[in-house]
Design a protein around this ligand. Structure first.
Ligand code: URA
Length: 233
């Protein structure tokens, strides 16, 4: 890997600024000053800036997991229940992107990139999450659909307009852009249809697809890129 890219990847500076640091003679490889930003950094060498070693950042990894019921969405659980992290075969320190309730199944992402996790969960970015909900007291009538779409009053305030489709008399598909606690369940309950089963089937551009419960797969670079692309309105 080129030296400037290595420095930028380690969070030292932007690629351009890292090139300047190298040209200024402030960077060494194995204690020897290097002024060519394109110099190759081989595995095992020590790169230092102003005499202080620079740690290489592990590459970004993002996994999609089909979370089964009974698994918690935290990295560690004091009650020692199975966690989403324990279902992903990776050495990297991963943590979940947002949460699903313990009884909610479906698509959850895990990553070692805090910046990406923030970008995907902060309400400001309005990333769409799509849920399929099996509800009580069918059939769900048009009035309830209209209420859900317009926004329902929850304890902490009104929900933003949501996408809602009735797939069957007892099954709804909800598209939410907020990430309030137990939001889908509280919304359905507020219109008289408590949720019996909830599954997340899409997160941003990424579909749950054919992942089986408990199965995880690493996303490709282009899938990760698509995650942060703003959807066309
Ligand atoms: N909404 C809920 O009510 N529960 C979840 O797990 C996710 C969204």
């Amino acid at each position: 890997m080129r030296l400037a890219k290595f420095l930028a990847g380690a969070g030292v500076a932007s690629r351009r600024a890292a090139e300047e640091l190298v040209r200024a003679g402030r960077v060494t490889i194995d204690r020897v000053a290097v002024t060519d930003p394109a110099r190759d950094v081989e595995p095992g060498v020590t790169v230092a800036l102003d005499g202080r070693p620079v740690e290489a950042q592990p590459p970004r990894v993002v996994y999609a997991l089909n979370k089964p019921a009974g698994v918690v969405s935290t990295a560690r659980d004091p009650q020692r229940r199975p966690t989403v992290v324990s279902l992903v075969p990776d050495e990297a320190r991963l943590y979940p992107v947002g949460r699903l309730d313990i009884d909610t199944t479906g698509l959850i992402l895990l990553t070692n990139d805090g910046e990406l996790a923030h970008r995907l969960t902060h309400p400001r970015f309005e990333v769409e999450k799509v849920y399929r909900a099996l509800v009580a007291n069918p059939p769900v009538r048009d009035r309830a659909l209209r209420q859900l779409r317009a926004g329902v009053q929850l304890e902490e305030g009104r929900t933003a307009p949501a996408g809602v489709r009735r797939l069957r008399p007892d099954t709804l598909e909800l598209t939410l852009r907020e990430g309030r606690k137990r939001q889908a369940k509280r919304m359905c309950e507020a219109v008289g249809h408590p949720v019996r089963r909830l599954e997340r089937i899409r997160f941003g551009a990424l579909e749950l697809g054919s992942l089986r419960p408990g199965e995880a797969r690493r996303l490709s670079a282009s899938e990760v890129q698509a995650l942060t692309r703003v959807p066309a309105v």
